[in-house]
Unconditional design. Structure first.
Length: 575
């Protein structure tokens, strides 16, 4: 899943201030890594228990800096949009339930977590009886099949995950229901309640994928193409009331059945979600907790200038916890030679950019791998090519590397957000340090409301760094949710490719490891990660994320979902 951190935070994060535990500026993180939960509970049933003291009614407000491009369930693949949809608006075959601070996969629309055939190439799910959409019509197996087919329409509905292309039978040639009117070999409905998926190769973690919004049912009769995201048909506890680019308001779905849902609740009357918010102003208002800020939640990293105030005046209204994300400075391997990529790694000024961005140790720590270190079985290694995630690089050494390669003056180009003063400061520092190392820097300023679209462009053209995801949050706690969707040849032309790689050797390694039992994959992915850092360098790992939520005095039960890196919105109540 794509990280939702703003550009400045994506290219530079944390450890410019002393950590709560007394950690020094720039030092490696000392906290113990909490291993992620991959637990499955196929027997969980609804209704979900209510939090202690919970009251119904009122409106919960969310305000954060990012501006989602879409709320189409097929396209949603940034953490903010996908979390809002999956926690409140749409249901899938499976879903995550947060219990005692750990995420557990449970049945959602389905009666269990799926039945795998003996050869591992078929998964079958049975829908619960009596399920309805917000308009009162029944949810049918054919709607899940249509949503699955829709996820292949990557030209009409771009930016979604690529697992479908990789694993579903016929996925490499099927182009979705808009172009291909023929039968789709990858999914079929048997009656109104049975969905059968046919795979081209074993997919041991398929029940996790079944929780994606791309697997939430969509009736073909509701199809409106690119406009569907304006008001997707709800199956969860809330439905769209009003939506504009900067604001989404949700109201109760009268046809949601709590008895069928083991993970969600319907406590507030409404959710009022504001996008593109000024982080500093929003957080300062929440600390003061005056007026509407008393019922507001903010999910952005704490502004550096407010850290002391938050600790002094709102420590009991700050939740921090594990986060599945790693942020990157991505490099286009099609146009940047390996020798130059190594020079960029030698020159990159992690700490200087962090200071300019005002990031703090509350939000992240230096990254030395492409995957979050809490994934079960992953073993950290000594980072090659100076990919330490900290320090200010060595401009002189980088210039010598460019000279040896005959590449002094090599042009580095990227988009940056020019309507945010802090991100403009980050860009100024980054540009200065890279030019000092012997690069020519072509920085292209754009507004924050189009940065995601610009960075999703896949053609070799205006820029050669910071294309594709600025970071990645594992979709489930296993390596096959990180490496194949970012580094395989099949995603090279998609907006989620990191490095735009086309390497048959890497493809073969990823295929081999993905076919292993999940418990045996961790160490293999560790070796693969080290190979990427040593011999490929499709990106510079920058930061491991930390979840940080600040909320007003009338907001209760803000709980982190560690596998989403987002608050469990369906547990929150106000009063």
């Amino acid at each position: 899943m794509r990280s939702t951190k703003a550009w400045a935070l994506a290219v530079a994060t944390t450890l410019t201030l002393t950590a709560c535990g007394g950690q020094k500026v720039g030092s490696p993180p000392t906290e113990e890594i909490q291993q992620a939960s991959a637990q499955l509970d196929p027997h969980a049933v609804g209704p979900a228990s209510l939090p202690e003291g919970a009251r119904k009614g009122g409106t919960v407000s969310f305000a954060f800096a990012n501006v989602p491009e879409t709320f189409d369930p097929t396209r949603a693949y940034y953490r903010d949009a996908s979390s809002i949809l999956s926690q409140l608006v749409v249901r899938s075959l499976t879903t995550w339930k947060v219990e005692n601070g750990r995420s557990v996969l449970v049945p959602d629309l389905a009666t269990d977590l799926g039945q795998q055939s003996k050869d591992g190439l078929t998964w079958t799910f049975t829908l619960k009886p009596g399920l309805k959409y917000a308009d009162g019509t029944p949810i049918k197996a054919a709607d899940v099949v249509y949503a699955t087919k829709r996820s292949f329409a990557t030209d009409e509905l771009p930016d979604g995950p690529s697992y479908n292309i990789e694993y579903f039978k016929g996925g490499e040639t099927y182009k979705g229901p808009f172009r291909d009117k023929g039968a789709f070999a990858g999914a079929e409905a048997r009656g109104d309640r049975t969905v059968v998926f046919h795979l081209s190769k074993k997919w041991q973690t398929f029940p996790y994928y079944a929780s994606f919004t791309q697997m939430s049912p969509i009736p073909e009769r509701e199809e409106s193409g690119s406009q569907y995201g304006r008001n997707p048909l709800a199956s969860g506890p809330y439905m769209f009331d009003t939506y504009s680019k900067g604001r989404l308001r949700l109201q109760r779905n009268p046809h949601w059945d709590a008895a069928s849902d083991p993970a969600r609740r319907q406590l507030p009357d409404a959710f009022d979600i504001r996008f593109g918010a000024d982080v500093s102003q929003t957080q300062e208002s929440i600390v003061d907790s005056d007026g509407g800020a008393a019922t507001t939640v903010n999910t952005d990293p704490i502004d550096a200038d407010l850290v002391s105030r938050v600790k002094a005046d709102a420590a009991d209204r700050l939740v921090t916890g594990p986060d599945p994300c790693v942020t990157y400075f991505t490099l286009d391997t099609r146009s940047i030679p390996l020798a130059v990529r190594k020079a960029i790694a030698r020159a990159y000024p992690y700490d200087a950019v962090r200071r300019a961005g005002g990031d703090t140790s509350l939000s992240a720590s230096p990254a030395t791998s492409y995957i979050a270190p809490q994934v079960p079985g992953f073993a950290k290694y000594d980072p090659p090519n100076h990919l330490t995630g900290e320090g200010n690089g060595d401009a002189a050494a980088a210039r010598q590397m460019l000279t040896a390669a005959g590449k002094v003056g090599f042009r580095i180009s990227y988009y940056y957000v020019n309507d945010d003063s802090r991100e403009a400061q980050v860009n100024a520092v980054l540009k200065q340090r890279l030019e000092r190392a012997g690069f020519e820097v072509d920085d292209k300023g754009v507004s924050k409301d189009v940065i995601r679209k610009k960075r999703s462009e896949t053609d070799k053209g205006p820029v050669n760094t910071q294309m594709g995801p600025s970071g990645w949050c594992y979709d489930w706690p296993a390596g096959d949710s990180v490496y194949p969707p970012l580094f395989s040849t099949t995603v090279r032309t998609s907006g989620q490719s990191v490095g735009f790689l086309a390497d048959s050797g890497l493809d073969a390694q990823m295929k081999r490891i993905s076919a292993l039992p999940v418990a045996d994959q961790g160490s293999e992915w560790s070796s693969f990660d080290e190979h990427l850092a040593r011999d490929v360098i499709p990106a510079l790992p920058v930061s491991y994320g930390k979840a940080t939520y600040l909320f007003g005095s009338k907001v209760h039960n803000v709980v982190n979902d560690p596998n989403r890196g987002w608050p469990d919105m369906a547990q929150i109540w106000v009063g």
